[in-house]
Design a protein around this ligand. Structure first.
Ligand code: GZL
Length: 330
C-alpha cells in the first residue's frame, strides 16, 4: 500500500511535502486503561556521542509526554535487540520502537510483533524487509545524502585536500558497523560524489564499528600500511576523534598533514572542527525523541502516518562550528 513521505524541517515540526495516498494500515493498538502509552524501545547500544544524545532525547521526551518507556541497550548485538523486542511482546506493550543495529534478520521478530497486534516504529536505521507492513513508519536520516555531502565537499576542496601535492587525493575510510544502514549508505553516497573527480580515490577502507577506539586502532594500522594519506573519511565523529589520537601519536598534525571529514556533528566533533583538527562535518540529527513520540501517539490513535520521515540536516565548516558550538545541544 502506498503511504505518505514526510521531510521533517527540524527535529520538532513535521512538514508534509509529499502526500501520496490516504490511509495507513496502522494498528489501532490500545493504550493502558488510564490512557497511558507503554512503549518498548530497543536501542543499539551506547557506542558513540550520537547514540548518547539519541537515547537522552528519547528518554526525556517520553518522560515529558507521560509515556511509560521500557528501554534496553543491546550493546550493538542484534540478538540482544531481538530478545528485547520479544520481551516487549510478552509484556504486551502498546507500541515498540527500535534502531536496527544492522539491516538484515528482522522479519521473524517483526512478524511476531505484528501477530501480537503491537505496532512497530523504526527509528534512526532501516531494515531491509521487503514487507513494509511489518512496521508503521521509518524515522531517520538519509544516510546516502550524508555521504554525498561529505564527498561533494571533498571534490570542491580537492586542491586543499591534496596535502602531499602529488596531484592525487588519497582517502582512507573508517566505516561504521558492518551491515548497518548508515555504514552501507554513507559509503555509497561518498563514492558516488567523489566519482566526479578521478584524482580522488579510496586507498583503504575498514570498519571501526562507530567507536572512538575502533577508529584509533584502524587509523594506526592505516598509518603503517598506507603511503601518502591525504584524507580520512570517517562515518562518524567518534571514529574521526579516534583517528586524531592515532595521527597525533604518529607525530602528524590533523588538519594540516591530513584532512579529516566526519558525520554526526556531536559536541566533541564540533570542538575538533572549531580547532581545525577536523575539516568538515556533515550533521546527523540524533534528537528524534519528539518526532518518535508524536508518531507513536498518532499510530495508537489510528491516525495516518507517513511511511518515511526524513530528518533534515546541515553541514559545518570550521567557521560555522565556531559560531554554533556555544549553544550546541549535543
Ligand atoms: C546514524 C547512527 C549512527 C551515528 C553513529 O543515524 O545510526 O550510529 O552516525 C552511531 O555515531 O553510532
Amino acid at each position: 500500500m502506498l503511504k505518505k513521505t514526510l521531510i521533517a524541517v527540524s527535529a520538532i515540526p513535521l512538514t508534509t511535502l509529499a502526500l501520496t495516498s490516504c490511509g495507513s494500515d496502522s494498528a489501532a493498538g490500545g493504550t493502558d486503561d488510564d490512557g497511558t502509552i507503554t512503549m518498548g524501545f530497543a536501542q543499539v547500544g551506547a557506542e558513540s556521542g550520537w547514540r548518547t544524545a539519541n537515547t537522552k532525547s528519547i528518554q526525556e521526551t517520553a518522560e515529558a509526554e507521560g509515556i511509560d518507556l521500557k528501554f534496553s541497550d543491546a550493546q550493538q548485538k542484534q540478538e540482544n535487540q531481538i530478545k528485547a523486542i520479544r520481551s516487549y511482546i510478552q509484556q504486551k506493550v502498546d507500541i515498540i520502537a527500535f534502531s536496527p543495529v544492522v539491516e538484515t534478520g528482522w522479519d521473524t521478530v517483526l512478524l511476531e510483533a505484528k501477530r501480537a497486534g503491537i505496532p512497530v516504529i523504526l527509528t534512526d536505521r532501516a531494515v531491509d524487509s521487503e514487507d513494509t507492513s511489518l512496521y508503521e513508519t521509518f524515522l531517520g536520516s538519509d544516510f546516502v545524502l550524508e555521504g554525498e555531502k561529505a564527498g561533494e565537499w571533498l571534490v570542491e576542496n580537492a586542491a586543499e585536500a591534496d596535502v602531499d601535492g602529488d596531484g592525487d587525493v588519497n582517502v582512507v575510510e573508517l566505516q561504521g558497523t558492518t551491515g548497518a544502514a548508515p555504514a552501507i549508505d554513507r559509503k555509497t553516497g561518498f563514492e558516488s560524489a567523489i566519482a566526479a573527480d578521478d584524482s580522488i580515490s579510496i586507498g583503504a577502507s575498514q570498519t571501526g564499528d562507530f567507536t572512538r577506539d575502533g577508529g584509533k586502532k584502524v587509523m594506526e594500522a592505516f598509518l603503517k600500511s598506507e603511503d601518502g594519506i591525504d584524507v580520512v573519511f570517517a562515518h562518524n565523529d567518534d571514529m574521526g576523534l579516534g583517528a586524531i589520537e592515532a595521527i597525533e601519536a604518529a607525530g602528524l598534525t590533523p588538519g594540516k598533514d591530513v584532512k579529516i571529514i566526519t558525520i554526526d556533528a556531536v559536541k566533541d566533533g564540533m570542538a575538533a572542527l572549531a580547532e581545525g583538527k577536523i575539516s568538515f562535518i556533515v550533521e546527523c540529527n540524533p534528537l528524534l525523541g519528539p518526532q518518535l513520540m508524536d508518531l507513536a501517539k498518532k499510530v495508537l490513535a489510528g491516525e495516518e502516518v507517513p511511511e518515511r520521515v526524513v530528518t533534515e540536516e546541515t553541514t559545518f565548516t570550521q567557521e560555522q562550528a565556531k559560531e554554533v558550538l556555544p549553544e550546541r545541544q549535543y
